[in-house]
Write a protein that binds this ligand. Structure first.
Ligand code: NAD
Length: 304
């Protein structure tokens, strides 16, 4: 800036003292904000959640979207990350190299598939970058691998990033603790027709929360699908029922049913924005944490 005004002054002198029309000061970008902003990368940025994450991170003044990647062969590669998400272009093309993304970002948000997520958690560990994982359908062995990577960096895994569902998880544990196994627990969930895993990660987390309240392992009591001559319901089982259709973002009801009465606790998500906002909150929180494997309850301060 100083250099350019000196040049203008010497030009004015050279033109016989005539000064050029005053140049109005142009607004300078808020560099302090850019310096302190959390640099966010989005894996799977063309997906339903990926696009929502790009929009939510761009709207958050504490974040700066520095890149997005997609699976090899995706038609989204090369397109602008912002334009793809339906907002103003960000000047960043969708890439195919997740290594570059983990290099450039402070925190990477990922809602993809279990296999992709495991590969990227390895990169997060290698680059020592925060990894926020919303992917569902991970097996126990895959979660154990994530826990191993979390020795190198902060990883947050949450099958549901919404505040409401995380409160519901707490409530379900408390109610299950208060009611004896004469109260049958059933979990009903509904999602859009494109969802590939069932029951949903959230339904399983609710089942785990109920099982914890009863001090049993979910694997021992889960009834994950009834068809044909199933016999009577076993006392103490936690049952799951799955519905799929239309564009339903996510609905979960936990029913506690006894002879003569029933308690139902329901959560309905009407916008994916709640998950994206939760993921960003997790990323801002995780950047202050030492390496470790964290849940949304940790992020929200709900861990007991
Ligand atoms: P989607 O199919 O619309 O998007 C997934 C995206 O990931 C796709 O664009 C796909 O091309 C991309 N992808 C796959 N493999 C990749 C790779 N190796 N590298 C880069 N990109 C890759 O699915 P969605 O509806 O956005 O859901 C994604 C996941 O998030 C699912 O597991 C879903 O259950 C979960 N989800 C979690 C929450 C939560 O709060 N935790 C909320 C909603 C959805």
């Amino acid at each position: 800036m100083a250099k350019s005004s000196k040049t203008k002054a010497s030009r004015a002198k050279a033109s016989g003292g005539k000064t050029a029309a005053p140049v109005l000061p142009r607004p300078t970008p808020d560099n302090s904000r850019l310096k302190s902003a959390l640099r966010i990368g989005v894996v799977g940025c063309a997906g339903r959640m990926g696009q929502m994450l790009v929009r939510a991170a761009t709207a958050n003044e504490r974040c700066l979207v520095v890149g997005g990647v997609e699976r090899a062969g995706s038609s989204a590669i090369g397109r602008d990350v912002g334009a793809l998400a339906g907002i103003d272009p960000l000047g960043v093309p969708v890439g195919a190299d997740a290594g570059d993304l983990f290099d450039a970002a402070d925190a990477v948000l990922e809602f993809t598939s279990p296999t992709a997520t495991l590969h990227h958690a390895e990169l997060a560990a290698k680059h020592r970058k925060v990894h926020i994982i919303g992917t569902t359908g991970l097996e126990a062995a895959q979660i154990a691998t994530l826990q191993r990577h979390a020795k190198q960096t902060a990883i947050v895994l949450a099958p549901n990033m919404s505040l409401g569902v995380n409160l519901l998880l707490r409530m379900v544990t408390q109610v299950a603790r208060s009611l004896d196994p004469d109260w049958d627990i059933e979990i009903v969930e509904m999602h859009h027709r494109a969802k590939v895993d069932a029951p949903s990660g959230t339904a399983l987390a609710l089942g785990k929360a109920a099982a914890e309240g009863r001090n049993v392992a979910l694997d021992r009591v889960a009834a994950r699908g009834r068809d044909g001559m199933t016999g009577a319901r076993r006392r103490g089982d936690i049952g799951f029922a799955v519905l799929r259709g239309g564009d339903v973002v996510g609905e979960h009801t936990v029913m506690f049913t006894a002879d003569g009465e029933r308690v139902e606790i329901t959560h309905k998500a009407t916008s994916r924005e709640i998950f994206a906002r939760g993921a960003i909150r997790a990323a801002l929180w995780a950047r202050e944490q030492p390496p470790g494997f964290y849940s949304m309850a940790d992020v929200l301060g709900l861990s007991s």
